[in-house]
Write a protein that binds this ligand. Structure first.
Ligand code: ADP
Ligand code: MG
Length: 342
């Protein structure tokens, strides 16, 4: 075969292989876009575990009519413009791949109205070169992304979709993780027309724990110990559960780095080590922790799905987390020991 440039749809489908694994990953991308757009209310509607339909509606900044078609193109983003920006990244997205990828493997339409624009417009991409069509539509301020028939044109990927129930449980998990990343945003989740989750906006710092309890359940919230520690430019805030609250699986281990959800090896290791000798090594601790540090201390551009980060001061971050968590646990052990004596 001679060398040739891939048609846009094919290039996008290849990129989709990295970011769009299943309905839950579509939701993660769409909700992150809504958050980046400054939304304070995000409503998610799912049909048939996301196989049939995923709709995410927000009240964020919206997209101007003449930028809608760019929003659907690959490598088009409003979030970074230079390498400097990449090094100081604060938005959740920055690759400009999600919408192009999703619309190459599903029937995606993007409807939007910025406050300053009188009418709303709907856009969708079609054909080999993913030419964008536009039409007027009724829509309040903000954006809706409607995704129908995920993987309809990539049968090999479609085969990997699990049952409606399994896919929906992945979706619920993503929503929980996101809900705990932004207490100041209200979320609703509907499945097959039924309201499943409703997280009202939390305005008072003191009420954050209400949402944590709603997400993690009573067995967590009854035993949770709050953490809030600062060392140099690092801060660790959140809740952990001491001895007695360990679990058979690692389902309640949420970690956020500068507001971004993570499954980071280094952090997990530090926490694991802090619990060593305190809980049975076959069991899993439960925690919800927020690490904050200057944006230029972490590199988030490691993995397309962005679950991992690279810390410039890895050792220091590790030791900080270990020390804070371990101190809290030791203190709690001492308290319960002295209560025992009494
Ligand atoms: P990225 O988020 O990496 O920039 P995306 O493909 O997810 O890439 O989105 C492309 C662009 O479309 C974004 O940079 C943003 O300007 C715009 N966009 C996407 N979703 C929304 C939304 N819900 N509200 C406002 N703008 C959006
Ligand atoms: Mg995005």
């Amino acid at each position: 075969m001679p060398i040739q440039i891939l048609p846009a749809i094919l290039a996008n489908q290849i990129a989709a292989g990295e970011v769009v694994e299943r309905p839950a990953s579509v939701i993660k991308e769409l909700v992150e876009n809504a958050l980046d757009a400054g939304a304070t209310q995000i409503d998610i509607e799912i049909e048939k575990g996301g196989h049939k339909r995923i709709l995410v509606r927000d009240n964020g900044s919206g997209i101007a009519k003449d930028e809608l078609s760019l929003a659907l193109s690959r490598h088009a983003t409003s979030k970074i413009a230079s390498l400097d920006d990449l090094e100081q990244i604060i938005s959740l997205g920055f690759r400009g791949e999600a919408l192009a990828s999703i619309s190459s493997v599903a029937r995606l339409s993007l409807s939007s109205k910025p406050k300053a624009q009188r009418e709303a417009w709907r856009a969708f991409a079609e054909g080999r070169d993913m030419d964008v069509k536009l039409e007027p539509i009724a829509h309040p301020d903000g954006t809706s992304v409607d995704v129908l028939d995920l993987f309809f044109n990539t049968p090999a990927r479609r085969k990997f979709l699990r049952t409606e129930k399994t896919e929906f449980s992945h979706i619920e998990e993503v929503i929980k993780r996101i809900a705990l990343s932004r207490f100041d945003v209200a979320f609703t989740l509907k499945h097959n027309g039924k309201l499943i989750k409703k997280y009202p906006k939390i305005t008072d710092e003191k009420n954050k724990f209400k949402r944590v309890s709603a997400v993690f359940g009573n067995s967590f919230s009854e035993r949770a110990i709050q953490i809030n520690s600062q060392y140099m430019q690092f801060n660790l805030f959140g809740w952990i559960v001491g001895p007695g609250g360990e679990r058979n699986q690692n389902d309640l281990q949420y970690v956020y780095v500068n507001g971004r959800m993570m499954r980071d090896k280094l952090i997990n290791h530090a926490i694991r080590q802090a619990f060593e000798g305190i809980i049975d090594s076959q069991l899993y601790p439960a925690y919800c922790l927020y690490l904050t540090l200057p944006p230029d201390e972490v590199d988030v551009n490691v993995h397309p799905a962005k679950h991992e980060v690279r810390f410039h001061e890895a050792r220091m971050v590790h030791d900080f987390i270990y020390r804070v968590v371990n101190d809290v646990l030791q203190e709690q052990l001492q308290c319960s020991a002295s209560e025992h004596e009494r």
